[in-house]
Design a protein. Structure first.
Length: 246
């Protein structure tokens, strides 16, 4: 297997994926069944967090299945983080689940993330005010406007260039992969080479909604205002600031 594909080779692979791969929500539906088979009604919040992690991991697994079919492997490596300067937009429901994940960590790790976030919001106050106020529903060039300012993601550890919440990194982070030279990402703010598997978002979100609805049907307290939280989209830093009250 060749290490770096050229852009032209990547285009051909994309065409093969489009031709041969039939998107399906089957794996996500099976995952819901598996999860509820093991559901114990004593801790719905913990169950929801496990389900969230499982669905996110499933997106990675589905991507790997496609990669195996077309014999490609990402050139993305730990410590490469040019893509962690893109604006990350998620739902309030996902932001709350990411916070629940942080709350579930051992005390020292939780404290480390808290201190990191406090410093991050202090250091980047002005850029955050400016960039996280760009209306992404109205400004077609919001990604360009955001990325040229080099504002790192709140969860990027700048000493190691790694993600502090890797296990629950949102869908845009895990579905954006490069198979060409990583130099493509180093040389351009918005490189054309990386491939986006964002089509998995629909299946992941449908499954997450189904799980939340089921838990609410059972009158469980899951800390989610539904359906509002599933339909409010915002920049990740905005949610962090409001939910964590930093
Ligand atoms: S997408 Fe680009 S910047 Fe992000 S990890 Fe992969 S090679 Fe690095
Ligand atoms: S959540 Fe993690 S992977 Fe995603 S942009 Fe932030 S630091 Fe990078």
């Amino acid at each position: 297997m060749k290490k770096h594909l050229t852009y032209e080779e990547m285009i051909k692979i994309c065409q093969t994926i489009n031709r041969c791969y039939l998107p399906s929500n089957e794996a996500f539906e099976d995952a819901i069944d598996d999860l509820f088979e093991k559901y114990e009604e004593d801790d719905a919040k913990r169950f929801l967090l496990q389900a969230f992690k499982k669905l996110l991991a499933l997106v990675d697994q589905e991507i790997q299945i496609i990669e195996q079919k077309v014999a490609i492997r990402p050139t993305c490596e730990k410590g490469c983080a040019y893509c962690c300067y893109f604006p990350i937009i998620i739902t309030k429901m996902e932001a709350k689940l990411m916070m629940a994940y942080i709350d579930s960590l051992p005390a020292a790790e939780k404290e480390d993330i808290h201190i990191h976030l406090v410093k991050y919001f202090q250091k980047n106050k002005e850029k955050l005010q400016k960039l996280c106020a760009i209306d992404f529903t109205e400004a077609p060039d919001f990604k360009e406007q955001y990325i040229v300012e080099r504002l790192p993601c709140p969860f990027l550890d700048l000493k190691t260039n790694t993600c502090k919440v890797y296990e629950v990194r949102p869908i845009p982070c895990r579905t954006y992969l490069n198979y060409c030279s990583p130099k493509a990402c180093a040389d351009s703010y918005i490189p054309k080479e990386p491939f986006s598997y964002e089509f998995f978002y629909e299946y992941y979100m449908e499954a997450l909604n189904e799980i939340v609805q089921e838990l609410l049907y059972e009158n469980e307290d899951i800390g989610i205002d539904y359906p509002e939280d599933a339909f409010v989209f915002d920049y990740l830093p905005n949610f962090l600031k409001s939910i964590k009250n930093i």
